[in-house]
Write a protein that binds this ligand. Structure first.
Ligand code: FES
Length: 126
């Protein structure tokens, strides 16, 4: 399946404007992640920020299989090995680097990446 183009958050319902500070790298746990939730009335946008290499990746926190958030309740998104993102609903595994599902019911599909810029140790929406 084709990898979708990165989301520009200001074009998404409940998304923040371009240039919004999403997270500082120093505030992310080593090898860890963080969920971000934006609301506009009844509209909700969930993102996940996950450390990767010396930086981080940001995806919509929505599994391409059934549309649920990957995490159940906390900021933990990786599997027990720490090398892949895990959807806790039906167990799909995703590469952290590009969001590609490598095991599970949505194998070959992708998480939706968010267009970001990392500068001066911080992650901003584009
Ligand atoms: S909703 Fe993620 S694997 Fe089914």
């Amino acid at each position: 399946m084709l990898k979708p183009s990165p989301l520009e958050l200001e074009d998404v319902p409940a998304g923040p404007p371009a240039g919004t500070l999403l997270a500082r790298l120093e505030d992310l746990p080593a090898h860890g992640g963080k969920e971000l939730v934006f609301k506009d009335g009844t509209l909700v946008l969930r993102l996940l920020v996950q450390r990767f290499g010396g930086g981080a990746v940001v995806y919509e926190n929505r599994c391409p299989h059934a549309g649920t958030p990957l995490n159940m309740f906390d900021d933990k998104f990786v599997d027990i090995t720490g090398r892949r993102l895990l959807c806790r609903t039906h167990g799909a595994l995703f590469e952290i680097e590009d969001g590609r599902c490598v095991r599970g019911p949505c194998k070959g599909d992708h998480l939706r990446a968010v267009a970001i810029e990392i500068r001066d140790g911080a992650i901003y929406s584009l």
